[in-house]
Design a protein around this ligand. Structure first.
Ligand code: BG6
Length: 476
C-alpha cells in the first residue's frame, strides 16, 4: 500500500479487545492503517468494567511496542488520539443498550457520521450470542451510515452449525454487510494466484486437463499447537486448516475465469468448483497424528503430551486428500491437498505438474526434467518457479532441469500483513476477499462425510512429512 488510503470516516468496534488476536495482529495493523491514511476511530470493547480509556490505552501501548515494533512514545501518541474503550459486561440486553449509547457518544465526540465496523475477535462459541445482542440492540443498522460485521474463523464446526450461524447472521444483517475472514485470502501471494492466472494469457491457456497432469496444494507447519490446545484438540486439522485455508487455495486454483473482478463474480466461480467436486472414497483420505520426533535437530514431544491435549486424544494433526473435480476443465486431473503440524518445515505451496511432451525425442531419461512444473510459493520465500528441461553442454543430448524464478522480496521487499489488506477492504466495503455464506456451507458439506466418520488415525513422527500412507497417496 504505497499511495495514501482513502476511507470514509468511521468507527471500528472490536469486540474481544483484550484478546490475543487484538494484541498481536489487529492493533499493529490498525496503527499501520492510520499511518497509511485510513480515517477511523477505534472503540475497543471487552467484558471488564474496570478498564477505562486510559487503562485500555496503556494495554494497547504495550501490545504495540511488543508486536508492532513501535516506540513507547509513538504508541502512546497514537493510542491517545485514536483509541477509546467500552465495556460489554456479561452481554445482557442492558449491556448492549449501554454499548449502543457508548458508540453514539464516541461518534458525537469525534464527529463521526455513523459508519461502523463491528469486528468479532471472540471465541467462536460466543458468536451467536454477540450477533443476537448487536441485532436486538439495533446495532445491526446505523441511522446515518453503513454498518459492517466482521466474523473470524472458524465459521461453524460443521455444516449444521454453519447453517445455523448463517441463519442467525441473516436474521439481523444482510449478506452485503458480512465479512467472513479467512486470512489466507489477504495474503499477497494468494491474491496473486488470481492475477497470475487471469493476467497472463500464457498460463491460462494451459490451465486445463489437456495440459495439466496433477495439482498439489501443501500447507505445512513445523509448529505444534502452541498455546491453543484447548481449541485445537476440539477442532483438528480438517476444521482448522483444510475446510478453510486449503479449500480457498483449491477454489482459486481451479475456478473458471470470472465475468468480472468483483466479489460476486469471484465468489460465484469459487462456489461452482466446490459443487463440482465428486464424492471421495476412504482411500482418498489420510488422517495422522504426530508422535515424538525431531525438528531442526530439536526433540519434539508427541501431540498427546502437549500441554492441554487429552492424553488419549484422537484429534488429527495431519490430513492428506485426493480430490477430483468433475467439470470440463478438470475432469481426470487429481488434486492432492495436505496440511499438518510438526512437519519438517513451514512451507505453503501449490505445485502444478504439466503433462509430458507427447513424444520422447530426447528419451524420458529423467521424469522430473520432462514434466514441466510450476511452483507457486505462498510462504516462506513467496514467489514463483517454473521448471523446464534445457540441454546440458556437451556432445550428448542430455536434458537437465533448470528453473525460471521470481521472488517477491527481490521485487517488492516486505509484504503487508494479510490482516492489513483485509481490514482495509472492510473499510472500503470490498467483499471480494471474504467468504460468502453459500461458500462456507458448500465447503462444510464437502467435508461432512469425514466429520461424521473420520478415517483411521495413523501415526507419524514429528519432523516427517506425515504417515507413509500420505506419501503413497501422492505417489499414486
Ligand atoms: C490459522 C490456524 O487459521 O492459521 C492455525 O488456526 C495455523 O492453526 C495458522 O497455524 C496458519 O497461518 P499462517 O498464516 O501462519 O500460515
Amino acid at each position: 500500500m504505497t499511495s495514501p488510503l482513502h476511507t470514509e470516516r468511521h468507527l471500528v468496534i472490536v469486540l474481544g479487545a483484550t484478546g490475543d488476536l487484538m494484541r498481536r495482529k489487529l492493533l499493529p495493523v490498525l496503527h499501520e492503517l492510520t499511518e497509511a491514511g485510513a480515517s477511523y476511530h477505534l472503540l475497543a470493547v471487552a467484558r471488564s468494567k474496570d478498564l477505562n480509556d486510559d487503562s485500555y490505552r496503556q494495554q494497547a501501548v504495550e501490545a504495540l511496542v511488543e508486536f508492532g515494533r513501535l516506540t513507547d512514545e509513538q504508541a502512546t501518541t497514537w493510542a491517545a488520539a485514536n483509541v477509546s474503550y467500552g465495556s460489554i459486561g456479561t452481554g445482557t440486553a442492558a449491556d448492549y443498550r449501554a454499548l449502543r449509547a457508548r458508540i453514539e457518544q464516541v461518534e458525537r465526540d469525534r464527529g463521526l457520521p455513523g459508519n461502523r465496523i463491528f469486528y468479532l475477535s471472540l471465541p467462536p462459541e460466543t458468536f451467536p450470542k454477540t450477533i443476537s445482542g448487536l441485532g436486538e440492540a439495533g446495532l445491526n443498522r446505523s441511522g446515518s451510515g453503513w454498518t459492517r460485521l466482521v466474523v473470524e474463523k472458524p465459521f461453524g464446526t460443521d455444516l449444521a452449525t454453519a447453517q445455523a450461524l448463517n441463519d442467525l447472521v441473516h436474521r439481523h444483517f444482510d449478506e452485503t454487510q458480512v465479512y467472513r475472514i479467512d486470512h489466507y485470502l489477504g495474503k499477497e501471494t494468494v491474491q496473486n494466484l488470481v492475477a497470475f492466472r487471469f493476467g497472463n494469457a500464457i498460463f491460462e491457456s494451459l490451465w486445463n486437463r489437456d495440459r495439466i497432469q496433477s495439482v498439489e496444494i501443501t500447507v505445512a507447519e513445523s509448529l505444534g499447537v502452541e498455546k491453543r490446545a484447548g481449541y485445537y484438540d476440539q477442532a483438528g486439522a480438517l476444521r482448522d486448516m483444510m475446510q478453510n485455508h486449503l479449500t480457498q487455495l483449491l477454489t482459486l486454483t481451479a475456478m473458471e475465469v470470472p465475468a468480472r473482478f468483483d466479489a460476486r463474480a469471484i465468489r460465484h466461480e469459487k462456489e461452482k468448483v466446490l459443487r463440482s467436486i465428486v464424492p471421495y472414497s476412504p482411500d482418498d483420505v489420510v488422517f495422522g497424528q504426530y508422535g515424538a520426533g525431531e525438528i531442526d535437530s530439536q526433540p519434539v514431544p508427541a501431540y498427546r503430551e502437549e500441554q492441554g491435549v487429552a492424553p488419549n486424544s484422537h484429534t488429527e494433526t495431519f490430513v492428506a486428500m485426493h480430490l477430483r473435480i468433475n467439470n470440463w476443465r478438470w475432469q481426470g486431473v487429481p488434486f492432492f491437498l495436505r496440511t499438518g503440524k510438526r512437519l519438517p518445515q513451514r512451507q505453503s505451496k501449490i505445485v502444478v505438474t504439466f503433462r509430458r511432451a507427447p513424444v520422447a525425442m530426447f528419451g524420458f531419461n529423467d521424469e522430473a526434467v520432462m514434466s514441466n512444473r510450476l511452483v507457486i510459493r505462498l510462504q516462506p520465500e513467496e514467489g514463483f518457479e517454473l521448471d523446464f528441461g534445457a540441454k546440458a553442454p556437451g556432445d550428448r543430448f542430455v536434458l537437465k532441469r533448470q528453473r525460471l524464478q521470481f521472488a517477491y522480496k527481490d521485487a517488492y521487499g516486505e509484504l503487508p500483513d494479510a490482516y492489513q489488506t483485509l481490514l482495509y477492504d472492510v473499510m472500503q466495503g470490498d467483499q471480494t476477499l471474504f467468504v460468502h455464506a453459500d461458500e462456507v456451507e458448500s465447503s462444510w458439506r464437502l467435508y461432512a462425510p469425514l466429520l461424521e466418520e473420520p478415517p483411521p488415525l495413523l501415526p507419524y513422527a514429528a519432523g516427517t512429512w506425515g504417515p507413509e500412507a500420505a506419501q503413497a497417496l501422492l505417489r499414486r
